[in-house]
Write a protein that binds this ligand. Structure first.
Ligand SMILES: Cc1cc2nc3c(=O)[nH]c(=O)nc-3n(C[C@H](O)[C@H](O)[C@H](O)COP(=O)(O)OP(=O)(O)OC[C@H]3O[C@@H](n4cnc5c(N)ncnc54)[C@H](O)[C@@H]3O)c2cc1C
Length: 467
């Protein structure tokens, strides 16, 4: 290791995927790392809880590349023990009343032909659809991706094909990858997510629930001599003369380096806006966030839901259905890891996108309640009798995401991956304040949610060890 960090006092604010990963990576380099977490549990948006023999995740998660992505790379470096279960087929997709099974072979021509047929892509559009998927899956240099970063994903698709059913499938993917609309999404970013998943063919879920990932990193941190303090909210980041001095967390804690995992907007507020140059503040203020989400978590006393992961869009030609149902993303974690539910039972999560960060809390509540009712209607329609098997169920809204992540806004991913905020235009890990860094989905990386947070930790680690 380059001597820069050895023995230096590093404080990490937050135990999300980004915070827990970077803390273990830096402890491995010999830094004296302490992590301060406001919650009594680890993981932020990637936490899990237990209730009456069921384990459920705070989010609604599936991991694009599992051990073959950055989460696995970090585990190997720090010696963390995480086991992932690969899922085959990848998922079921229902739209416009038609159902398709997606295999992990998203670049296989035969699998694609069958997908287009099952989902009802018009015969005259299939050649364009094939060309689109082939182009999305091909490996690109960073420069080639950069050229597509500022192109809207919708415009990129339109260069190949315009098919209503295919657009729904692509809406589903954009929602799952980035939690923003197809029009807002960056084509470069989508292609990066899609091509890396298509290449690795390793869509996974972590055994033990989503919490297994941050907890394994924190265990590795402790084994390397680091410390985690739960129920320790950081109230402020102390800056003097353009340099970080430490944090306020029930008293002053000095540090050489402070790494914040609690979001770029919150970090700036905590460190004091007057400490940042106007240009940086203007950039931070202009950042837009991904959508929020609502979810219903079902603990069931029978195996009611057959696919282990599915995405469902109501038939948009049926006005009554559109009024009653929601587009939903439904992972069944206990299908990947049966230990997450008692024998013969099921843990099922059903989620849908929702607006984040509205100023008016009552308005957010009303919108979320309506969305949650629609999710429950959809699940009742798809699985008649599901209500007879409910041991318990929990409805969560965007305020819940705010609580678990400690951010005001309740967004799913973090800073949105729209075409003005990815690649070169994404905020970096380094801030204008000496010794203050950002880690997590907001800064310094690209990719799908949890993987972007992990990649951000890897990138910061590379920068600091090389410093
Ligand atoms: C409903 C939902 C579904 C999702 N589905 C997927 C999916 O299928 N696949 C996928 O890859 N990603 C998914 N994501 C996105 C993914 O979970 C996030 O992008 C990722 O986990 C963010 O990690 P992070 O490191 O940025 O930090 P966060 O998870 O935001 O964690 C921040 C941490 O900082 C702590 N903190 C905040 N303020 C303070 C303070 N003042 N003092 C001390 N601690 C503080 C918080 O308590 C928290 O532990 C989903 C997210 C949600 C909410």
């Amino acid at each position: 290791m380059a001597g820069g960090l050895k023995g230096r006092k590093v404080l990490v604010i937050g135990t999300g995927i980004g915070g827990s990963a970077v803390s273990a990576l830096l402890a491995k380099e010999g830094a004296d790392v302490t992590v301060l977490e406001r919650n009594s549990y680890a993981g932020g948006k990637a936490a899990s809880f237990e209730r009456e023999g069921f384990v459920y995740d705070t989010g609604v998660h599936w991991l694009a590349r599992g051990d073959k992505g950055p989460m696995g790379e970090i585990a190997n470096i720090v010696g963390a023990d995480i086991r992932f279960r690969r899922l085959e087929p990848a998922m079921q997709f229902t739209t416009g009343g038609r159902t398709a099974i997606l295999s992990q072979d998203m670049d296989d021509e035969e699998a694609l032909n069958s997908l287009f047929e099952q989902v009802g892509v018009l015969p005259e559009n299939r050649e364009g659809a094939r060309a689109l998927f082939k182009d999305m899956a091909r490996e690109r240099s960073p420069q080639e991706l950069e050229e597509l970063d500022e192109v809207s994903f919708s415009d990129y698709i339109a260069g190949f094909v315009d098919d209503e059913q295919l657009n729904r499938v692509l809406d589903g993917f954009t929602g799952m990858y980035m939690c923003i609309s197809r029009r807002a999404a960056s084509a470069g970013e989508f292609i990066l997510c899609f091509s890396s998943q298509a290449k690795e063919k390793n869509l996974c879920y972590p055994l033990g629930g989503m919490r297994a990932v941050p907890m394994a990193y924190l265990e590795a941190l402790e084994a390397l001599g680091g410390e985690v303090r739960f129920s320790t909210p950081v109230e402020g980041i102390v800056v003097e003369g353009g340099k970080v001095r430490g944090v306020e967390a029930g008293g002053f804690i000095p540090a050489d380096v402070v790494i914040s995992n609690n979001g770029i907007k919150e970090t700036v507020a905590m460190a004091g806006r007057h400490n940042f140059p106007d240009r940086y503040l203007a950039m931070v203020d202009s950042l837009r966030l991904s959508f929020g989400a609502v979810s219903v978590k079902y603990a069931l006393d029978a195996e009611v839901v057959k696919p282990h992961l599915f995405c469902y869009f109501p038939d948009f030609r049926d006005a009554e259905l559109v009024e009653r149902q929601a587009a939903i993303f439904v992972p069944v974690p206990s299908a990947a890891d049966p230990s997450l539910a008692p024998p013969g039972c099921q843990m099922v999560l059903a989620g849908s996108l929702a607006p984040p960060g509205l100023e008016d809390r009552d308005q957010v509540k009303a919108i979320c309640e309506e969305m949650l009712d629609r999710i429950e209607n959809t699940m009742r329609d798809l699985f008649p009798g599901i209500e007879d098997h409910v041991v318990w169920k929990i409805r969560t809204d965007t305020r819940y995401i705010s609580e678990i992540s400690g951010r005001w806004t309740g967004e799913v991913i973090g800073v949105a991956q729209n075409r003005h905020q990815v690649g070169r235009k994404r905020p970096g890990n380094i801030t204008p304040i000496e010794g203050l860094y950002l880690v997590g989905a907001d800064a310094g990386a690209r990719g799908v949610g949890t993987e972007m947070a992990a990649e951000s930790a890897l990138n910061l680690w590379r920068q600091l060890r090389g410093a």
